[in-house]
Design a protein around this ligand. Structure first.
Ligand SMILES: Cc1cc2nc3c(=O)[nH]c(=O)nc-3n(C[C@H](O)[C@H](O)[C@H](O)COP(=O)(O)OP(=O)(O)OC[C@H]3O[C@@H](n4cnc5c(N)ncnc54)[C@H](O)[C@@H]3O)c2cc1C
Ligand code: FES
Length: 357
């Protein structure tokens, strides 16, 4: 039996495995998985943060990062809502094999894309596809506080059937006046009348759905092309982009080039480097442009990793000596950097580097 959380219930940390307690279908190839710690510990996180799951796929474990789609107001469990794309390895394994009663290792929660500690502003949430997951957690958090939230919630999908959480959102919007819900689809479903917006999200739609967008903090999540077009729309309308926040589920192609352009140390492909994996007593020669993660993998060593572009923090390792060139996207804190930690997935060795692996 799972103990119920009480005043003295400990907070979950990732040294404890998570038990899957429920699996719910949400849309084609999309399911919500709910987890609890066997000890009954509670979860503490901010709406919008993510967790990284260690998935035992055939051929070796892989780590995948998923936003927590449930609300931190309910601290006894967390849910993730995952979509399997064509060729998916990790998410496909979850859809096909992860069942209630199974236990898996998880890392986190972490992430900088979240509501502020006292979220009492006006919000515009814009998402596409599985990018709705952080928006759901944020909207539900604001809804469950019992005060009328002020949210304009815009969700885009390919077809109506692919609008994840549609019924749940409609229920919430029917209970509070401050949640304005707008759906946009590119195509119709056969046999279902669609009376909402159709086409690709654009400037005209934004004006019709949310005429006070200039007064709102914008949270956006979806495929890179979608977020780019949202940024263009907002920029062209004179929106203050300091109030714009976004989460990428995939590595943005331009980030590394943009950041390294202004950096004084640029790793060179033709310059040799060496990584010493101290605990494993292995050392490997490589090029400066290789990442610590890739060199470890080639040497047969396992550093758990999730996003592989410096967001999730799963690949954090201690650097014992030497220098690296690290270009991360928020997956490590200043304190950890000062304490000598690096993210293996986005750190290139300069000269000889020793890490605690
Ligand atoms: C911070 C963060 C939060 C995330 N939150 C969620 C979430 O809430 N729900 C969720 O489903 N995913 C989320 N992701 C994405 C998730 O971590 C995986 O990257 C994604 O599910 C692909 O893993 P996979 O095992 O399914 O496919 P992989 O085995 O990694 O890839 C298989 C194939 O799928 C393609 N592919 C991978 N990702 C996508 C994509 N997003 N769209 C189209 N094709 C793709 C690849 O190009 C490849 O060809 C998040 C990622 C990050 C970094
Ligand atoms: S794997 Fe996500 S930060 Fe390195």
């Amino acid at each position: 039996m799972i103990p119920m959380p009480g005043r003295d219930t400990p907070v979950w940390n990732d040294s404890e495995v998570l038990e899957c307690v429920a699996v719910l279908p949400e849309a084609p190839e999309v399911r919500t998985f709910t987890f609890r710690p066997p000890s009954g510990a509670t979860f503490v996180y901010r709406a919008g943060q993510f967790i990284t799951l260690d998935l035992p796929v055939p051929g070796g474990n892989v780590q995948r990062t998923y936003t927590i789609s449930s609300s931190p107001v309910t601290s006894a469990y967390i849910s993730v809502t995952v979509k399997a794309h064509v060729d998916s390895i990790g998410t496909r394994w979850m859809l096909d094999h992860l069942k209630p009663g199974m236990q898996i290792k998880a890392y986190g929660p972490a992430g900088l894309f979240h509501l502020p500690p006292s979220p009492d502003g006006k919000y515009l949430f814009i998402s596409a596809g599985s990018g709705v997951t952080p928006m759901m957690s944020m909207a539900q958090t604001l809804f469950e506080r019992g005060e009328d939230p002020d949210i304009c919630f815009i969700q885009c999908a390919n077809r109506p059937v692919e609008l994840i959480f549609r019924q749940k959102l409609e229920y919430m919007a029917s209970r509070v006046t401050g949640l304005q819900l707008h759906f946009v689809v590119s195509k119709s479903d056969p046999y279902e009348v669609w009376t909402g917006y159709r086409g690709h999200f654009n400037q005209l739609m934004l004006g019709l759905m949310c005429n006070d967008y200039l007064e709102r903090d914008v949270f956006c999540c979806g495929p890179e092309g979608f977020m780019e077009s949202v940024r263009e729309i907002l920029n062209s309308l004179g929106y203050d982009m300091d109030r714009y926040y976004q989460e990428s589920f995939q590595a943005p192609a331009e980030t590394k080039a943009e950041l390294t352009e202004f950096d004084d140390v640029v790793p060179q492909d033709d310059v040799q480097a060496q990584i010493v994996f101290a605990n494993s007593q292995v050392s490997a020669w490589c090029s400066e442009t290789d990442t610590v993660l890739a060199v470890a993998k080639d040497a047969g060593l396992n550093i758990p990793s999730g996003c592989t572009f410096g967001v999730c923090g799963t690949c954090k390792v201690k650097k014992l000596s030497g220098d690296v060139h690290m270009v991360h996207s928020g997956g490590i804190s200043e304190e950890d950097v000062e304490a000598g930690y690096i993210l293996a997935c986005c750190s290139n060795p300069i000269g000889t580097v020793e890490v605690e692996v």
